[in-house]
Design a protein around this ligand. Structure first.
Ligand code: XIL
Length: 344
């Protein structure tokens, strides 16, 4: 049995993030065999598809979309609006904020072109990524979109996405949004969208986890809190960092640690391999228990060698965050996930 099949029996989509270059050869075959849904790891991001004013590049995104269609796999679009890897020129000109009117027009053009191009072909879009602040007492992260348009930029993006692809599910996606404070802010986002009479289908919990935190209890509480708002939960970027970090968890791209340890270059010790498997088992227990509300779990990558955690938050480390090893063999963590999915 594959992850795809085991997930299907629970009504749970099992996904992986891929780059266009990962779809050839053995890795492509493994992806098509094991997973029911793909997310482009970078290829659909604003700065990739829209690198400069009036310039568009869909080569990578089209390759992923075509592979998904050919192999009967669903596709998630990631993402229409993000302050990282962004198309900064949508909201700034010569380092200065554009007017609200120009910002809205640029955002609409961007979403119409991108979501319009894949209309009818994606299961859903991460419409807005990482908009709420990590800082206590601050609702939204200060970004060029916020400065140009104002606080309703999120609501407007959802409106534009719904217009560009009426059949696509619409998600608000963030990291560390199992933590209570950030969770409350994400709930405010959901409420604002609904209050405007617009649709939000799910909240994306990225779930870039460490071995010990956040706790499975906190993740479970967050799932229940979001479900109580009448939205589904999609786990969008699951991985488990086994390496030491100076700071706590999260996935803020700007928070690079300048130095760090790299203890497992020669391989992962047995007890850490076991701890990783246990960690995967405990979070999948939660997803399984709440499968009425959790519709998808996507791993952020397929095998350890391709994970972003080899280069973030410290460049050049050897990490082991996923279910397949560098030789594409199933890890203990794979078996642990499979056991949970099959109720063993
Ligand atoms: C990461 C990719 O994995 C890297 O290849 C890229 O260099 C930076 O972005 N949150 C997100 C993802 O929403 O888009 C990020 O992906 C990881 C954190």
């Amino acid at each position: 049995m594959t992850l795809k099949e085991a997930g299907e029996q629970l009504g749970l989509l099992m996904g992986t993030a891929v780059m266009a270059k990962h779809l050839d050869g053995d890795l492509g075959e493994l992806v098509a065999r094991e997973f029911s849904v793909l997310t482009g790891e970078n290829e659909f991001k604003p700065g990739r598809v829209h690198p400069a004013v009036g310039a568009w590049d869909f080569a990578g995104a089209d390759k992923i979309a075509a592979f998904a269609e050919r192999r009967g796999i669903k596709l998630v679009g990631h993402t229409l609006l993000w302050h990282q890897q962004g198309a900064g020129f949508l909201f700034e000109d010569g380092g200065k904020s554009v007017t609200r009117e120009v910002g809205l027009r640029n955002l609409r053009d961007h979403i119409e072109v991108v979501a319009g191009r894949y209309s009818g072909r994606v299961l859903g879009w991460d419409v807005v990524n990482e908009a709420v602040s990590d800082d206590a007492g601050v609702y939204l992260r200060p970004t060029p979109a916020l400065s140009a348009i104002g606080q309703d930029y999120i609501v407007r993006a959802f409106e534009m996405a719904a217009a560009a692809d009426p059949g696509a599910e619409l998600y608000y996606n963030d990291y560390s949004n199992e933590g209570v404070e950030k969770r409350e802010k994400c709930i405010d986002v959901i409420r604002e969208i609904k209050k405007a009479g617009l649709r939000i289908d799910a909240v994306g919990m990225q779930c870039h986890l460490l071995l010990a935190e956040p706790s499975a209890e906190l993740i479970e509480e967050a799932i229940s809190a979001y479900a109580a708002e009448g939205v589904k939960i999609v786990v969008t970027e699951l991985d488990v960092d086994v390496l030491p970090r100076k700071a706590a968890g999260g996935a803020d791209l700007s928070k690079k640690e300048m130095a760090g340890q790299n203890p497992y270059v020669a391989g992962l010790p047995g007890e850490v391999e076991e701890a990783l498997a246990q960690r995967y088992a405990e979070v999948f227990e939660v997803f399984r228990k709440h499968r009425e509300h959790v519709s998808r779990v996507t791993l952020w990558g397929t095998h350890d060698g391709m994970s972003w955690l080899n280069y973030w938050p410290v460049a050049g480390r050897v990490n082991y965050p996923l279910l397949f090893d560098r030789g594409l063999a199933k890890k203990k963590a794979y078996a642990a996930v499979m056991d949970v999915l099959r109720g063993a």
